[in-house]
Every structure is written in structure tokens, then in C-alpha cells.
Design a protein. Structure first.
Length: 408
């Protein structure tokens, strides 16, 4: 029989957060091994549960959630998001500018499919959340990665962005707060990026799913609040701020100068209608989540659980010889660097696989986030402090052995 092959559209599409190393981890679990998973930002398995009041709202409304809703989403949910844009200083957003989706992931793919033709280019940060690169490739576009500067707290390199804008460039992607680095972009950097977009008539896509997961009293600025003359598409949702990944409830907000984008917006609406609607039970959680008590503030406070775990994970990693790490200002990740002289790594996926098989700890290699060198990895700091100590202790032991065998 002739082999059935996957579509060529998937040739450059990958998502290493759930890639081959995870497949090996699952196999090891089936063999009876206990794997410590620091590979994915999924709060629930680590005891971070969705606030009870939004769970109860879903339960109370489940009887009304059996049918399809409007393709853009429930009125009350979109109204709550509209009010949230006002709090964030994003001007002029109306109900029709808001699309609800099955998580931000679905909406990212939808936004790219509505925009891109073969050969169109999108500027994406390196490192990135890899779904962005995958979505551009799947939609027929070409990702162009601009470097974020580790020496400048992982801020986007503005000169590198400018050098990569070309005739085929359609848009620029921001991930702020950033996954995987934990960076939080300054207003000055955001204004510079908006000026680049303004000069070259680019759309700004801003992934702001972690906009409340902020440490040390910091605040987040929505890039769309800084410009009314640039088309901005902003993404948010319940997954991280409200520890509700499984609810699959996200949103996309179109703002700024929209007159020249009517055809693109029509494309978004067509795609929203094709999938009929986002899951309705999860939408019933949005109004209460945005308007209720913001328990995330307690978790990220200096004495809060996430704040403590960030500090501990950063300190433990920084104590390992040859490991340096920018302390994250936001989100739930660290992106440490391995000194190439002490850890000469040719293939970081193989390196992470060896770590898994030796120490039973699952991480993600830096190249899985489209970082160009095999000298970084991402750590999720969601486990309890004792579990973090144990897991990072295993990482330290593995690195000590690797350094002895390969370093110079």
C-alpha cells in the first residue's frame, strides 16, 4: 500500500514543548518511572486551581451552554472584555472588535490564516512561543526571527527588527510578558516598535496572556494603548492569570486604525463563523473572572507562592557553575544560559533527552523556542518549593557530570 503522508503545509511546523522528548517521557512513565515535568506552563497539576467563583459561574450556567452562541462569543463575556480594554487604556474598542476562541492558540492560528499569502513574512521574536512560528508556516507565510537581547533583560533588539523589515513583511509579533524569558517590555521599547510598524504599515500582534503575572510590583502596558493609528491585535485569556488552561477560553481584540483593514477583519469573521463558535461553558467564566477578586495578585506578591517559587528557582539555577539566568519580571518561566565552554552542546534536544533519561526531569531545549544557539533551556517554576529544590538538584547533578565529561 502507498504510504499516507502528512500535508506539505506541515513541513516546517513543529511544537517541541510537546515534541519527541515528551514522547520519550510518556514512554518512561508507562515503564513505571516518575518524571518531574518542568516543560509546560500548566498550573493545575501543581495545585494552582481556577478560582472557585468562576467555576461556580460555569456550573450555574451550564444548562444554557448546550447550543451554539454568536460566532464571536457571548455578549456578556465580550462586554466584560471591552470594559477590560478600557481599564488597560485601549481606546475605541467595541463589541464587534472582540473575538472569543478556544484559547489564544486557536485565535493565533486564525489571525495568521486570515492574513497570510504564500511568501508573506512575519517578524517573530527569538526566543518565541513556538506556536507563533508554527502558525505562520501553516498559513503559508515565512517567519523572520528578530533577536531579543539577553544582556538587556531580553528586550527586543530594535536594530535587528529594523534590519529584517522587507517588502514582504506584513506584521510584527510581540510576546509581552514574554514566554519563555519572563521579560516585561518597557513603554519606550513598545513605542519604538510601534514606530517601526507605523513607518512600514505593519500590523502589531501582541500576545499578552500573562499580563497579570507580574512580580516586584511591576505593571504591564498594553501596546495597543500607546497608539490609535496602528492596527493592533491583542490576545488574552483565562489560562494563566486565572489558572484555567483547560477551560480553553481566550480572546482577540482588534483596535487602532481599522479603516484600511476591513477586508482582513472580514476574513477573521469568516474564520470565526466557520468554526461556529468557541466552547460556550468556558465563556461563562469570563465576566466573573475579569470583574471578580484578582487572586493572581496574592500569588505573585513577594510572599505569594509564585513569587517565592520564582525567587527560589532563580537562586538555585544561578548557583550552578556555568549557568546564568536573567531573573524573570513576569510569567512562570526561566530561560537560563549554559556557558558553551563548560557545556559544549551540539544538539540541545539530545542534551535534554539525556537529562530526562538520567535524572527523570523533563525540560524543553532552547532551540524549541526558535533560539538560534544550543545553549539555553526553559524551566517552569510551578512546582512547590520542595519539589523545585529536588528537581533543580537533579538538573545540577546532571550538569556537574556533563561538565566533567565534556567541559574545558
Amino acid at each position: 500500500m502507498q504510504p499516507i503522508r502528512k500535508s506539505t503545509k506541515l513541513t516546517n511546523v513543529c511544537y517541541d514543548i510537546r515534541g519527541p522528548v515528551l514522547a520519550r517521557a510518556k514512554q518512561m512513565e508507562e515503564e513505571g518511572h516518575r518524571i518531574v515535568k518542568l516543560n509546560i506552563g500548566n498550573p493545575a497539576p501543581f495545585g494552582f486551581e481556577a478560582p472557585e467563583e468562576i467555576v461556580q459561574d460555569m456550573i450555574q450556567n451550564i444548562g444554557a451552554a448546550s447550543g451554539y452562541c454568536d460566532s464571536k462569543g457571548l455578549f456578556a463575556a465580550r462586554k466584560a472584555i471591552m470594559h477590560y480594554t478600557q481599564q488597560k487604556g485601549i481606546k475605541g474598542v467595541q463589541l464587534e472588535d472582540i473575538y472569543l476562541g478556544n484559547g489564544v492558540s486557536e485565535l493565533i492560528v486564525m489571525a495568521m490564516q486570515a492574513l497570510l499569502n504564500e511568501g508573506d513574512e512575519v517578524l517573530i521574536p527569538a526566543p518565541d512561543y513556538p506556536l507563533w512560528t508554527a502558525a505562520v508556516c501553516l498559513s503559508g507565510g515565512t517567519p523572520r526571527h528578530y533577536i531579543c537581547d539577553e544582556q538587556a533583560d531580553w528586550m527586543p533588539d530594535l536594530d535587528d527588527i529594523r534590519s529584517k523589515v522587507g517588502p514582504a513583511t506584513r506584521a510584527i509579533v510581540l510576546i509581552n510578558p514574554n514566554n519563555p524569558t519572563g521579560a516585561l517590555y518597557s513603554d519606550d521599547v513598545l513605542r519604538e516598535i510601534l514606530e517601526i510598524a507605523r513607518t512600514h504599515d505593519l500590523i502589531v500582534y501582541s500576545d499578552e496572556i500573562y499580563d497579570k503575572v507580574l512580580y516586584d510590583g511591576r505593571t504591564h502596558t498594553a501596546v495597543a494603548s500607546l497608539a490609535e493609528d496602528v492596527l493592533c491585535v491583542t490576545f488574552g485569556g483565562l489560562s494563566k492569570n486565572y489558572r484555567a488552561c483547560g477551560f480553553r477560553s481566550g480572546w482577540m481584540i482588534v483596535s487602532g486604525e481599522k479603516k484600511h483593514a476591513n477586508d482582513y477583519i472580514e476574513g477573521l469573521t469568516i474564520l470565526a463563523s466557520m468554526r461556529l463558535c468557541a466552547n460556550v461553558p468556558g465563556q461563562y467564566a469570563i465576566q466573573t473572572a475579569l470583574g471578580g477578586y484578582q487572586s493572581i495578585d496574592d500569588l505573585v506578591a513577594p510572599g505569594g507562592r509564585l513569587g517565592r517559587q520564582r525567587d527560589l528557582a532563580w537562586e538555585l539555577l544561578s548557583e550552578i557553575p556555568g549557568v546564568t539566568c536573567v531573573k524573570p519580571k513576569a510569567a512562570i518561566y526561566l530561560f537560563p544560559r549554559l556557558d558553551p565552554r563548560m557545556y559544549p552542546i551540539a544538539d540541545d534536544e539530545e542534551f535534554i533527552l539525556e537529562l530526562l533519561e538520567t535524572e527523570r526531569v523533563l525540560l524543553v531545549q532552547g532551540t524549541g523556542f526558535n533560539w538560534p544557539q544550543p545553549d539555553h533551556f526553559r524551566v517552569v517554576f510551578l512546582p512547590h518549593e520542595d519539589d523545585l529544590r529536588e528537581a533543580i538538584g537533579h538538573v545540577a547533578r546532571f550538569l556537574d557530570g556533563y561538565r566533567m565529561r565534556h567541559g574545558r
